[in-house]
Design a protein around this ligand. Structure first.
Ligand code: T1G
Length: 700
């Protein structure tokens, strides 16, 4: 846990807990031993550094589900701060959360300019619990502390020097620490003994507004601001006691548990245990189709340092695609996301053409053309003729059958789905669709590409809509049913916004366009169960030309292309459709709207798990949070379902099934979970995702 040595009267202590030096009980105890060791050896200074990639990533978050064990970090840090031996933090890589708090307790801090220092605790739904909210404002002032702790942001070492969070910069912090003059060290005042300086109400007000805008519905940022205010009016010891009490309270709360669940789910998604094949090395990607999705995908690939060959059907389309990508590059540079040099480098790695032969060196080729099976099959025929035999082929389809596309290939094992979400260069989620014949190499290559694009990959089996769009379709069907039976769009939207969605289902449809879901429903006409209740209201809207924002009218009106306003005409239209359908409408309370829409999605997601389309529940949480706006502080759809409990879900679905058996038939997963007393998030299918035998057997 710690590597310890000394040279003369200098002690060297290195935090050692790969991969990120997370600070757990053993490290806390070792730090305490090191303080006593340094004093017993009558050392003049201890130089504290981190072994490996960084200083320390913070407290070991996997311990947060258990009772805290002594020695507690705040106590260890107080011992360091009060020790007669001066501790110097020599920081490289990350010093986050508890790692940054250790540095604050040291007498002196020297960092590499490219180090990352910050307090991301609020991202985990907690606040710093080892003196961060009390020492930081004393060291850097309240205003600077308000820009760091309530936002969870980290800053480079070079910026940290500007606010005196570190005292010096060096490419070799340990050597620098050896040369610090002893008198300097003696004069350095421990951060805990400093005053916070001016604390203006307007700074707190601004921080509160920023926090509620950037982290809506999350409570930790506001609590962190209160603790920073406390630092201005209370002595360090008192303030730390209140901070510790607050941290422990938040840590037990549903919000922190939800955010912790997502934290580990996001990391688990990056390195799936089930994929052992070696991925192809991808340096050049061919992107077929330069429309919105294709240009976005091309930009994402360029931004990851790859070469892109963009293929279009004719010179005009090539020109349009090139200029779309050029505009994306220019706007990123204008927003300071990339430098001019980076922009030029990305532009130089793009070649756009109608000539498929240009793709002859691509290790991966992805199509983002019109959602037509024939068009896609045609594209893949042309790609197969030019790309290397072992190149991976990918489709960006959002719902077409990947197996059917693969059936048209000479070698179907090379095909995967790579379902990007618009805008492809921003949205983190990437559904990797595994067909029946997809090879492990192709799948592993998809994952490796996701990592280089810094996406959150989730593997899906083949079904209509994969994971996300299949749940979305059920969500919308349930909403339309409530619309028919008594609510109106804005009441339903309000209910889901009260749950935590930034936008309800109807405002969201206006954004994406009602015609997209309409086309999907038409496509499903032949396969839909004729006995299943069908709600024609959304079709009526499309037939009336009300497609959403793009036509300035949809479920709402958008006068002058501005914000949405309620449109009484929609209410009339809904009432008329209910009359045609012979439905006696009645008022439905917001809580009931929430209950039904959430249960509908939970049940669909349970079937997705049961059929082996998704490998684990936490993957569905990543899809719903990162692709469909499910409130982050609820932890995702399946983590939220576990807070309801399997038995309660089964009971409520059974009641609803009495009303409409086809729509509400409880997923068999729930009976299995109830029998084995297993939570949804802990359930594991006996087969890896996308196992077609399992899927077919369970789909019935
Ligand atoms: N606790 C436990 N495990 C952690 C961890 C942590 N804090 N941080 C990372 N890991 C694991 C992670 O699960 C993964 O495991 C592996 O390390 C690599 O992570 C008292 C209360 C440091 C920037 O919030 O931001 O301190 O999947 O894939 O991309 O006031 O990890 O390999 O088994 O993310 O190079 C505050 C969280 C804690 C920092 C590295 N600290 N970590 O990114 O690797 S609360 C944080 C990160 C606290 C104090 C409070 C990133 C990283 P596995 P990775 P990476």
């Amino acid at each position: 846990m710690l590597l310890r040595s000394k040279k003369g009267r200098y002690g060297y202590v290195q935090l050692h807990n790969p991969p990120v030096n997370a600070i757990g009980r053993e490290m806390r105890a070792a730090l305490l031993d090191a303080v006593e060791w340094a004093e017993s050896e009558n050392l003049e200074r201890v130089i504290l550094s981190g072994e490996g990639h960084g200083f320390a990533a913070g407290a070991d978050a996997s311990e947060f589900d258990y009772a805290p064990e002594p020695p507690h970090l705040p106590d260890v840090l107080t011992r360091i701060e009060k020790s007669a031996v001066h501790w110097i933090a020599a920081i490289h890589g990350v010093a986050l959360g508890g790692g940054a708090e250790i540095a604050l307790a040291c007498r002196y801090r020297v960092a590499r300019p490219d180090a990352q220092i910050g307090f991301p605790e609020v991202i985990l739904g907690v606040v710093p619990g080892a003196g961060g909210t009390q020492r930081l404002p004393r060291l850097v002032g309240v205003k600077a502390a308000l820009s760091l702790i309530p936002t969870g942001k980290s800053m480079r070492g070079s910026d940290a020097l500007n606010i005196r969070l570190v005292d010096a910069l060096s490419e070799d912090p340990v050597s620098y620490a050896e040369m610090i003059n002893s008198e300097w060290l003696d004069m350095a005042v421990p951060s805990g003994e400093l005053n916070t300086g001016e604390a203006r109400e307007e700074d707190f007000e601004e921080a509160r507004k920023f926090a509620s805008r950037k982290m809506p519905g999350q409570s930790a940022p506001a609590v962190a601001i209160d603790l920073l205010a406390l630092a201005s009016t209370t002595d360090l010891e008192e303030g730390m006691l209140e901070e510790r009490r607050t941290f422990l309270h938040l840590r037990e709360g549903t919000e922190a548990k939800a955010l912790r669940h997502l934290f580990f789910a996001e990391r688990g998604a990056k390195k799936p245990k089930t994929i052992t094949a070696k991925p192809m090395d991808v340096a050049t990607v061919a992107v077929v189709g330069g429309g919105t999705m294709g240009a976005g995908i091309a930009y994402a690939m360029l931004n990851a340092g790859l070469h892109v060959v963009l293929l279009e059907t004719d010179p005009d389309a090539v020109e349009r695609a090139s200029s779309s990508i050029g505009n994306l590059l220019a706007s990123s540079q204008k927003r300071g996301l990339i430098s001019d040099q980076e922009r030029q480098g990305m532009w130089s790695r793009l070649s756009a053409t109608t000539d498929y032969a240009a793709a002859s060196k691509a290790e991966l080729a992805i199509e983002a053309v019109f959602e037509s099976m024939d068009v896609k099959r045609e594209v893949f025929k042309k790609l197969e003729a030019v790309v290397p035999r072992d190149a991976v082929l990918a489709t960006n389809t959002s719902y077409l059958d990947v197996n059917e596309i693969a059936a048209g290939l000479d070698d179907p094992t090379r095909l995967i789905g790579l379902h990007f979400f618009a805008p492809a260069y921003i949205m983190k989620l990437l559904e990797i669709v595994r067909g029946d014949r997809t090879s492990d190499t192709a799948l592993a290559t998809g994952y490796a590409l996701a990592k280089s694009l810094r996406k959150i990959p989730v593997v899906s089996g083949v079904c209509d809509g994969f994971i996300g769009n299949r749940i979305l379709a059920r969500y919308r069907e349930a909403a339309d049913t409530i619309l028919m039976d008594g609510s109106n769009p804005w009441e339903i939207d309000e209910a889901m916004e009260d749950f935590g969605y930034a936008m309800g289902p109807y405002a969201a449809q206006d954004l994406s366009g009602l015609d997209i879901a309409h086309a999907n429903r038409r496509r499903q006409d032949l396969t839909r169960n004729p006995l299943r209740r069908y709600i024609p209201i959304a079709d009526r809207m499309v037939n009336e030309g009300r497609l959403g924002r793009k036509t300035s009218v949809g479920w709402y009106r958008y006068p002058g292309g501005n914000g949405k306003v309620i449109d009484p005409l929609v209410e009339d239209l809904v009432r008329e459709e209910a009359r045609f359908a012979g439905v006696a409408r009645c008022e439905i309370a917001g809580e009931e709207v929430q209950r039904r829409l959430l249960l509908a999605m939970i049940n669909e997601a349970a079937n997705i798990l049961w059929e082996g389309i998704a490998e684990k529940a936490s993957d569905i949480d990543l899809v719903t949070v990162h692709g469909y706006g499910f409130p982050r502080n609820r932890g995702g759809l399946m983590h939220y379902a576990d807070t309801l409990g399997v038995r309660k879900i089964l009971e409520e679905l059974s009641t609803l099934a009495a009303e409409d058996k086809i729509a509400w038939e409880p997923s068999p997963l729930f009976s299995e979970l109830a029998t084995t007393n297993t939570s949804i998030v802990d359930w594991r299918s006996e087969m890896p995702a996308a196992n077609s035998t399992l899927m077919r057997s369970r789909r019935g």
